[in-house]
Write a protein that binds this ligand. Structure first.
Ligand code: CP3
Length: 323
């Protein structure tokens, strides 16, 4: 999940007078903000600093990231021609992302932090929803309209996006990323039948491609329980879930997968003893068995308490590194 961000004063300082995209598009700055949380906390991984829509620049699509809202497009994709006219990806247009991965590896080595670098990308459904709605959405009505009314155009768009993501993560891995997380943050708005019909195949294509790169894949299936079997079928060595499902349920249903999650990020705003209890509950749910990556169930919020983040990392390490 996101571990960099506005809860850190040093992040706010570097963001002063710059946009989020400025940071994403300047490898030295992206590297610096990715290192910030690692300098404060004994975290177990570094996360590429970028954002979900960054790779669509390789398709010539223009977008912005608006503070407190998220990605916004001046010209959303709505018509058939908008989709058919998309060019094949020019990954050279986003080479700053791969340079950021390399810079991050170099900074970790220089600062003697032996942690892996995680790359990431959006899953085709979540990316398509931003491209079609043109802004963050609650009901995804235009997205679903295209999916239901123009299934061939929908399939073409998701296919183009999965090809983009495959090339994009391949370059991240070539640059040194040691695992890749695919975020399907908004697929939870779909019925399991629609997910299977319209989303599963292009998503699976990505996980099949990552498997060939010989790096572990993490599938963020923030969807609740009903969709989880279909999302698990699409792939992912690790199923990453939010706090709406107890980890014991995930382990029971998918005993062959590793799990990631799933502390509610608002626990980081709670009084320290409450935070510690909530973190202990997540660890209890995971059952003390290997194959659990402790994480938040979603990205960190600007209101998170820095002391609590430090306390959380210590609490988890104290229990998991014992013996
Ligand atoms: O720790 C890190 O370095 C993480 C890098 C990262 C960002 N976005 C940077 C960012 C990652 C992994 C993401 C993924 C992302 N972006 C997702 C998938 C994960 C999830 O949370 O479900 C999604 C849906 C987005 C799209 C997005 N970007 C939204 C909805 C927002 C929120 C708007 C806001 O201002 O809070 C963003 C902005 C964003 N992306 C921030 C960061 C650190 C917020 C800080 C800022 O504006 O500078």
């Amino acid at each position: 999940m996101r571990q960099a961000g506005r809860y850190l004063p040093e992040y706010r300082a570097i963001r002063e007078g710059r946009t989020l995209l400025d940071l994403c598009r300047t490898p030295e700055l992206a590297c610096e903000v990715a290192m910030q949380p690692l300098r404060r906390f004994d975290l177990d991984a570094a996360i590429l600093f970028s954002d979900l829509l960054v790779p669509v620049s390789a398709l010539g699509i223009d977008f912005d990231i608006v503070e407190k809202r998220g990605p916004v497009l001046a010209r959303p994709l709505r018509r058939k021609e908008d989709v058919t006219a998309l060019p094949s990806p020019d990954l050279g247009a986003v080479s700053y992302v791969f340079d950021a991965v390399k810079a991050l590896l170099a900074a970790l080595a220089a600062e003697r932090r032996a942690v892996p670098v995680l790359g990431f990308a959006g899953a085709p459904f979540t990316m398509a929803s931003y491209l079609i709605e043109g802004e963050p959405s609650r009901h995804f009505q235009r997205t679903k309209l295209l999916m239901h009314a123009e299934p061939e155009i929908w399939a073409l768009l998701l296919d183009k996006l999965s090809d983009l993501v495959v090339g994009y993560v391949r370059e991240q891995v070539a640059a040194g990323a040691q695992a890749v997380q695919i975020f399907d943050s908004w697929a939870g708005c779909l019925t399991p039948a629609d997910y299977r019909r319209h989303v599963l195949a292009p998503t699976r294509k990505i996980f099949t491609a990552i498997a060939r790169l010989n790096v572990p894949s993490i599938h963020f299936a923030s969807s609740g329980e009903s969709l989880l079997p279909a999302m698990a079928e699409a792939g992912g060595d690790v199923l990453s879930v939010d706090w709406r499902i107890p980890l014991s349920r995930v382990r029971e249903r998918f005993p062959e997968r590793a799990v990631q999650g799933n502390l509610d990020p608002s626990a980081l705003m709670a009084p320290a003893p409450v935070l510690e209890r909530l973190a202990a509950e997540v660890l209890d749910e995971a059952g003390g068995r290997p194959g659990h990556i402790f994480n938040l169930g979603h990205g960190i919020q600007p209101e998170a308490s820095i002391d609590n983040v430090a306390r959380l990392v210590e609490t988890v390490h104290a229990r998991t590194r014992r013996g």
